[in-house]
Design a protein around this ligand. Sequence first.
Ligand code: 3SL
Length: 238
Amino acid sequence: MRFFHFYTPEQVPSSGIPECAVAIDVLRATTTIATALAAGAEAVQVFAHLQQLQEASQNWPASQRLLAGERGGKAVAGFDLGNSPLDYTPDRVRDKRIFLSTTNGTRSLQRLEGIPVVITAALVNLGAVVDFLRRGSFAEVWLVGSGWEGAFSLEDTACAGAILHRLGCSLNQLGNDETLAALALYQTWQDDLLGLLRRSSHGQRLLGLGPENDQDLAYCADLDRLSVVPRQVQPGVL
Ligand code: 3SL
């Protein structure tokens, strides 16, 4: 297996697509998606735009859907849920389809449509993702960070590095400079992932919105808490 890491969806090449891509948005979309599915949601359907989300959700029975959205780190007014994984409890989401739009994470998933196998990774489901990749033994895998509005984000690259570290990748499996950088970043911070999330610019943004968001950071840093591997089963549906 050979790995390429892209810091943001914008860096993802439009040709030479691999067999498998992994979308990463540790803070917080892919943590939330894993949490929702582990809590029994029927599926999570992602949208880049709120209007598309509202239109598509109308085709789903009202009693079986939840609208979930985040912009600028805050919940979208009038929606049932924001993007805090702590809100996705079994009593709220079991058997429901979650229609989700976030600033960056859902955009990143849309960028990967057309790749045969698309899964999502976060620190909370790291081990499950690593097992999935090991079993799949794909020739080439892209690890795609979500970043923030086109810019690098520390936590997504650290998660990419954690995947490479756990897989025990050798240098010849690291296909671009970004994979080496990701591995080095993870190895530097592996004993203090919560510290990394708190220092990251998006961690700072979330803490600036309210100190209670530190609970979200602690949850998002909690390695291997979940055993679910969210996998795209139709375009935009996990
Ligand atoms: O950008 C995103 O997709 C979100 O995950 C951002 S937030 O953590 O919900 O603010």
